[in-house]
Write a protein that binds this ligand. Structure first.
Ligand SMILES: *Cc1c(COP(=O)(O)O)cnc(C)c1O
Length: 442
């Protein structure tokens, strides 16, 4: 993008100046519509999510066997939901604002198998691919006990096939672990910011790790090219996969069930705000879609990004989606938030989901570390920096009178639930976690 075009854009979209200045900010999209009006733009439906949910149910006996840590939930990969009253009090004090309603956290950091939100979409797409291959080969039927997949015969069958993915880390980790356990030959194309321990962990699982000196977009592109040349290779496309999207979306009905179990009301008088850390957009986009199917207009989704990588905000705000990157504005896309270091958003997600997303916030790396320390102190939870991205969302919502009035939410905050989606941290080694906590103190 040339300089004249950038100057034009800044004139047309005043928020860009603050974005370029790396200021933490929020933007609430005035074009958000009702769920019913927004649905046709997604191109997927409740039936597609049900299909994904059914597939995960079929695989549950296999997962129980292959990953004993999933036995507690009978092979369903799901995470805890809990209130965080002490964090809520500390947060209110920290930002000097009276935080009404109830704050809760969705602990995807504790998802079994790979300890991040990628254990939803990433694992789902690999299972879907495996099922398709096995069914076409005539060795599996949907009414079989999928337990049979956990066998040398199936491993040897899948070992003829390859899976490739480009990743900043967590997606590669999820796909590498599940793919290798099924027997696939997996290649993970890792961007320069991917952590060494993630590469080491993958290599221990026999995964081929290809390292790049450049950022996420380049790693994905290389992975895509390599895979295209090989008919036995399935490329998992983090930028536009509907399979990943549907795997994430299953979270909606699961959360609804958890709310029912904990007797937490979500309706017109009891709105639910959900704060989702966003990288390329597939994870939060898919989860938000599932939430809209489960709660309709009573759920309000807000995406959270680092000030150095605000790609989804940029794409939706300018309407340019994947035709603009943060680097076009001179923003460097360098952040400590694993999974969020993405300079160009998924065009699929932005275009499909923009009408269903109330808003976007950004925060600094220093904010993430500080909040990481605060939640460890108050609630004894261990999270990775990106998992904290949604935490200040409640402050932006509470302070934004215009948004609240426009959405007719201003008199409902006392009854609201604010849910922070804590997307990762479960596999972070102890020594790294200690370093995070030290960073939080300094
Ligand atoms: C990948 C990731 C996200 C964001 O998901 P996207 O699909 O890239 O938007 C958020 N948090 C963590 C910890 C992640 O690994």
């Amino acid at each position: 993008m040339n300089n004249t075009r950038i100057i034009q854009l800044i004139n047309e979209f005043p928020l860009l100046e603050l974005l370029i200045d790396l200021q933490p900010l929020s933007w609430f999209n005035p074009k958000v519509t009702s769920y019913v009006e927004a649905l046709p733009y997604v191109g997927l439906t409740a039936l597609d999510v049900q299909d994904a949910s059914g597939r995960l149910l079929r695989f549950a006996p296999f997962l129980c066997q292959a990953f004993p840590e999933t036995q507690e939930r009978n092979g369903i990969i799901e995470s805890p939901l809990q209130a965080i009253p002490l964090m809520q009090a500390a947060l209110g004090k920290h930002y000097q604002v009276d935080l009404l309603g109830r704050m809760m956290i969705k602990l995807d950091a504790q998802l079994p198998i790979s300890g991040s939100i990628k254990a939803r979409g990433g694992i789902y797409e690999v299972l879907q691919h495996a099922e398709k291959l096995a069914i076409s080969a005539g060795i599996l039927r949907v009414d079989d006990d999928y337990n049979k997949i956990n066998s040398p015969q199936f491993k040897s069958f899948f070992s003829q096939y390859k899976i490739a993915v480009g990743s900043t880390g967590n997606l590669g980790l999820s796909i590498g672990i599940i793919g290798a356990s099924l027997g696939f030959q997996v290649s993970v194309h890792m961007s320069a910011d991917a952590r060494q321990w993630k590469k080491d962990r993958l290599r221990q699982h026999g995964v081929n790790v290809v390292e790049y000196q450049s950022d996420y977009s380049v790693a994905v592109e290389q992975g895509r090219e390599d895979a295209l040349q090989d008919p036995f290779c399935h490329f998992i496309d983090d930028e536009s996969s509907t399979s990943l999207f549907l795997g994430y979306a299953v979270a909606g009905e699961r959360l609804k069930q958890q709310f029912d179990e904990q007797e937490i009301l979500v309706d017109a008088e009891h709105p639910l705000f959900v704060y989702l850390p966003c990288g390329v957009g597939g994870g939060p986009g898919g989860v938000a879609f599932g939430l809209k199917l489960a709660f309709g207009d009573h759920v309000h989704c807000i995406f959270a990004e680092p000030t150095h990588s605000p790609c989804m905000l940029l794409g939706v705000y300018t309407g340019l989606h994947d035709q603009i990157s943060v680097q076009d504005l001179g923003i460097d896309n360098v952040t400590a938030a694993d999974g969020l270091a993405v300079g160009r958003a998924s065009g699929f997600i932005g275009k499909a989901m923009e009408r269903m997303l109330d808003g976007y916030i950004t925060l600094t790396d220093a904010d993430m570390y500080q909040l990481l320390g605060l939640i460890h102190e108050t609630e004894q939870l261990k999270l990775e920096p990106s998992a904290l991205a949604g935490m200040p969302g409640i402050v932006h919502v509470t302070n934004n009178a215009d948004y609240l009035a426009r959405m007719q939410l201003d008199d409902k905050l006392a009854n609201a639930t604010h849910l922070v989606w804590a997307t990762g941290g479960g596999m972070v080694p102890e020594s790294e976690m200690t370093a995070y906590l030290q960073q939080a103190k300094s």
